[in-house]
Each structure stands twice: as structure tokens, then as C-alpha cells.
Design a protein around this ligand. Structure first.
Ligand code: NAP
Length: 282
């Protein structure tokens, strides 16, 4: 699949480009390279402190706005109703855009009900084409949509061969909410690019491990947003549509699941406290 149709009819590319941990002063160059490589979806966040150079790269690219799909995220600190509206305005100012494609609640902490209601207002006003969440477990996600009007279009969750999110994937499919993978390469952890099972499959297809991982996610119906600061890797990561993994190969990768994150546990108490109280502005 090269694109997916969200539950409100909006078309979203199946692969985009993530800019987490790209320093502000490098971001315009990196995003310019990504757009030149052919990416049309960019995933940023207020908490990444690089929305402005993402916007600069978009503006200088000469690409038509309607050909791009831009995602940004609301940080927990701004999860009150009025704060959300203000934070959205600020993100749009940073990005230099007059509408957004996807606005995500960045973490499942704090007053996300108030934030969601403000996001619903922005959606109804047409300022954002789709709204969703990230890192929400099935229970919190279900509770959120049972007690609100607009069902999230996307849940962006950590997903890669070592943490496959099988239960979330089933639930999201059942509810018509698009599964999007953050850290599709597990941020390089656990020697993912050297893993013998992935290397064997990659060699069979004359591909790289990165391409095999992205293709495996794509064949599971998961949208991906790999990050790289290197143009040759950006091109490599985008080139996943002219080969297909067999059922056997898909199954071999299924066997790599450890059922837990090598990055962090969202529901671990120090994480809930640390991330939940982290401030990105005064
Ligand atoms: P990732 O995409 O899993 O991994 C990025 C790492 O892989 C970088 O070290 C990159 O190095 C390397 N890499 C990329 N392509 C490669 C290739 N073909 N071969 C070898 N190495 C390769 O990690 P991520 O950036 O954390 O996740 C992707 C995006 O998801 C983020 O940028 C962000 O937009 C989003 N995200 C969201 C959340 C959330 O809470 N919602 C959390 C984390 C991430 P180089 O850059 O040196 O190439």
C-alpha cells in the first residue's frame, strides 16, 4: 500500500519522514533532502523544537501545499482546552502553514480529555484535516473515543520487529483507527540492523535490513515514519514498494517480538512522572 484512507476519508501516505532528535539548525537541510528524495509526509512535534525549519524547508521546496501531508503534535503541558488552542496557533505559526493535515496528542498523560475537545474544535473548523493520538494504550484510547464526539483517526505507537504491538494492531484495525509506527527501526537498538533473521531475508531479496523492516510494517497495514539525516538512507528507506515478503518471511519476523519496548515503558512510574511533567515552554 502506498497510501491509506483514514476513518474520515482523508488520504495519508503510507510512508513519511520523522524529524525527532534532528537539531534545529540541521532540520531545514535534512527536510529539504527528504522532500527531494520524494517524501511527501513530514512528522514533527512542538516538543522537537524544529517546527520552524520544517516549515522553512516546505516553503523553499516549491512543492504545492496540497501535495504534502504535515503532522505535528501537542505537548502534555498544553493539555487544557484554551492552552491547546494557543499551542496549535503557535505550531501553525512556527510551521508557516494555514492548515495542518494531522494533529496528534503527543502522550497519554494529563488532561487529554480537555485537549481532545479542543482538537475536535480545530478539526470541525477545518484548521486540521484529521486528529489523533500517540502512545495511547487500547484502554485509554477506547475510553477517549467513548466519551467524545470525534474518533481518533490515528494512533502513532512504537512499533518494530522487537515490539510488534500485535494486540494494539488488532484493536486499531477493528476500530478503524490507523496504526502508525514510531521508531520503526527501534532507534537502532538491540543491533536491529545486524539481526541475523532480518539480514537473511534482506540478502534473499537483494535489499537492506531497513527496507525489510519497513516493508514488513507496510504489509501489516502500518504507516511508517523512519528518520535519517543521510540522504542515501532516506532514498533507501523510501524504496520499499517493488518487492514483497512471503508469508514465511512475515512469520519469521513475527518470531522476533519481545512484547516490550527497548526504548522505554510509557506506563512505568518514573516515565509517567518525568515525561508527564516535562515543560517545553514557560
Ligand atoms: P527510527 O526511525 O526507528 O531510527 C532512526 C535511527 O536509525 C537513526 O539513528 C538513523 O541514523 C538510523 N537509520 C535510519 N535509516 C537507516 C538505514 N536505512 N540503515 C541504517 N540506519 C538507519 O527512530 P525515531 O527517529 O525515533 O522514529 C521515527 C520517527 O517517529 C521520529 O523521527 C518521530 O517523528 C517519530 N517518533 C514519535 C514518538 C512519539 O512519542 N510519538 C517517539 C519517537 C519517535 P541516521 O539519522 O544517522 O541515518
Amino acid at each position: 500500500m502506498k497510501e491509506v484512507r483514514l476513518n474520515n476519508g482523508v488520504i495519508m501516505p503510507a510512508i513519511g519522514f520523522g524529524v525527532f532528535q534532528i537539531p534545529e539548525n540541521e532540520t531545514e537541510r535534512v527536510v529539504t533532502d527528504a522532500l527531494e528524495a520524494g517524501y511527501r509526509m513530514i512528522d514533527t512535534a512542538a516538543a522537537y523544537f524544529n517546527e520552524r525549519p520544517v516549515g522553512d524547508a516546505i516553503r523553499h521546496s516549491g512543492l504545492k501545499r496540497e501535495d504534502l501531508f504535515v503532522t505535528t503534535k501537542l505537548w502534555v503541558q498544553d493539555y487544557e482546552y484554551e492552552d491547546t488552542l494557543r499551542a496549535f496557533d503557535n505550531s501553525m505559526k512556527q510551521l508557516g502553514l494555514d492548515y495542518l493535515d494531522l494533529y496528534l496528542l503527543h502522550k497519554p498523560y494529563g488532561n487529554y480529555y480537555a485537549a481532545w475537545r479542543a482538537a475536535e474544535k480545530l478539526y470541525k473548523e477545518g484548521r486540521v484535516r484529521a486528529i489523533g493520538v500517540t502512545s495511547f494504550g487500547n484502554e485509554r484510547l477506547q475510553d477517549l473515543f467513548l466519551h467524545n464526539e470525534v474518533k481518533p483517526a490515528v494512533n502513532q505507537i512504537e512499533t518494530h520487529p522487537f515490539f510488534q504491538q500485535k494486540e494494539a494492531n488488532v484493536f486499531l484495525q477493528q476500530e478503524g483507527i490507523q496504526h502508525e509506527a514510531w521508531a520503526p527501526f527501534a532507534e537502532g537498538k538491540n543491533g536491529i540492523f545486524q539481526h541475523p533473521v532480518l539480514k537473511t531475508i534482506a540478502e534473499k531479496h537483494g535489499r537492506t535490513v531497513g527496507q525489510v523492516i519497513l516493508r514488513w510494517l507496510n504489509q501489516r497495514g502500518v504507516v511508517v515514519i523512519p528518520k535519517s539525516v543521510r540522504k542515501e538512507r532516506m532514498m533507501e528507506n523510501l524504496n520499499i514498494f517493488n518487492f514483497t515478503l512471503t508469508d514465511e518471511e512475515m512469520k519469521d519476523i513475527t518470531g522476533l517480538d519481545t512484547g516490550k519496548s527497548p526504548i522505554y515503558n510509557d506506563m512505568d512510574l518514573p516515565t509517567v512522572r518525568g515525561i508527564g511533567t516535562h515543560k517545553i515552554h514557560d
